[in-house]
Design a protein. Sequence first.
Length: 330
Amino acid sequence: MATISDVATRAGVSTATVSRALNGKSSVDPQLAARVFAAAAELGYRPNGPARNLRKQETAVLALIIADVENPFFTAIARGVEDVAHAAGYSVVLCNSDDEPAKEREYIDVALQERVAGILLSPTGHSEGVELLKRSTTPVVAVDRPLPGTPSDTVLVDSRRAAAEAVQHLVDQGYRRIGCLTGPSGVRTADDRLAGYRDGVRAAGLPSDDVLVRRSEFKAAGAKRAAHSLLARPDRPDAVLVANNMMAVGVLETCAELGLRAGRDVGVVAFDDAPWATLLDPPLTVVAQPAYDVGAVAAQLLLGRISGERTEATTRTLSAHLVARASSSR
């Protein structure tokens, strides 16, 4: 069985650094912490987390409540959380809220009753579950979206800026009538991507026209209906920004049904670089978000909160970047 000394040797750091990193201490340089987590994972090292937490009458378990387990963005977040948690001696229970407030509240209630050590939550944007968290002392980190109405540790991606950059990319490719398909109103990521789209349209000097904007749930079926109402218009857009990869599936299905080819008849850029994006014909241009890093950073923040090292709420905002492919070229 690997020891803390073995991890220190593999990572090229001291045992004290290993201990601090695995306990989520912010004093550890992020690059050193990443080496420690990688070494611990390679060696299969697990500290005696359960024994440590029994003294606190907590289980050595973290609850991860995400919006959509079928979305590769959230599964990559889950992997980042699990890698960091496992290296620190914690197990992770995965819960899928389907972006439904009632289901979210149910999972939060169960997590609190089971005395998990901490909760990582991608909030639906409603307050029912948040009220439970406010009344609890269980550490919580918001992932991808902030908790409504309450300060908390949060890990976000600057998707507003990324959306504006995606619009600029389409403009650079010669598109002039650019539409946007985004998620439900009140969901932070959906609203941010719409705001970024409008920022980009404004910066390019293009007319802002709400007739080119559609909202739906963050799923293929809703996006397919929304895309049809947009792309079947006589004055349809010549390009569209899509708010996530599940919605992109619905958009591309609509294009196929209407006889439109991405990159030739309509430019398409979607958030999130799904594994299948390069397999399409043409390959899909995406805004790549650092989903794994979102999960890893969130888990590190939660471990720091559990250890009592931090008391002030912290927000970490990561950057996304455009990956240009043929679906947005002319």
